[in-house]
Design a protein around this ligand. Structure first.
Ligand SMILES: Nc1nc2c(ncn2[C@@H]2O[C@H](COP(=O)(O)OP(=O)(O)OP(=O)(O)O)[C@@H](O)[C@H]2O)c(=O)[nH]1
Ligand SMILES: [Zn+2]
Length: 197
């Protein structure tokens, strides 16, 4: 299982508010001016959402599993995804595609749980490669499927609005496990992912 660190402590909204106020001062702003007065509080609310994944075990969403005897590929594609690059604390966002082949008992999870799994791993300081692997490894661990494929396509704002400044460039990462590694199965999954584009 790829390493993912969870929360070291409970979310401290007051601490985030203080830090944002200090940040505004440090960049040369006046945190008391009208437009900024409530910004630390707003950011504390926003960060609670954006880093909510730190305070859950995303794999737990997959406990909502049932046997329906379906043993062929299940793929949810174009799941919108927002995460925060851990190097710059700037967003990277795009879509995730998550597919798996259930095991012989046809053990499957709810479709929405695949999107919840992505959210849980995305809503924390993250890098795209680890996000991709963690989603795949959660599925392997909890569903014991025959195969898994996860593809994430994202634009990193740290590459768009600053630094190298290449807006529109997209990074594509994949994690493939088990039978999904076979050339034919992988090609089938990729053609489903690419269809309609
Ligand atoms: N592999 C990987 N790199 C990332 C991800 N998010 C951001 N990065 C990169 O992390 C690197 C950090 O490089 P540094 O040289 O330490 O930071 P920097 O001086 O701000 O780098 P520049 O962005 O090139 O200006 C940059 O190349 C980013 O593009 C990610 O999800 N995966
Ligand atoms: Zn970055």
């Amino acid at each position: 299982m790829s390493e993912q660190l969870g929360a070291k402590r409970a979310y401290d909204a007051a601490g985030v508010e203080r830090a944002i106020r200090d940040l505004l001062i440090a960049v040369g702003e006046d945190p008391e001016r009208d437009g900024l007065r409530d910004t630390p509080k707003r950011m504390a609310c926003a960060y609670a959402e954006m880093f909510a994944g730190l305070h859950e075990n995303p794999s737990d969403h997959l406990d909502a599993a049932f046997d329906i005897g379906h043993e062929e590929m299940i793929l949810v594609k174009d799941i919108p995804m927002y995460s925060m690059c851990e190097h710059h604390l700037l967003p990277f966002h795009g879509v995730a595609h998550v597919g798996y082949i259930p095991n012989a008992s046809g053990h499957v999870t709810g479709l929405s749980k695949l999107a919840r799994l992505v959210e849980g791993h995305a809503r924390r300081p993250q890098v795209q490669e680890r996000l991709t692997s963690l989603v795949a490894d959660s599925l392997v661990e909890r569903l014991q499927p025959r195969g898994v494929i996860v593809v994430v396509e994202a634009e990193h704002l740290c590459m768009s609005m600053r630094g190298v400044r290449k807006p529109g460039s997209r990074t594509i990462t994949s994690a493939v496990r088990g039978q999904m590694r076979s050339a034919a199965t992988r090609a089938e999954a990729m053609s489903l992912i690419m269809s309609g584009r």
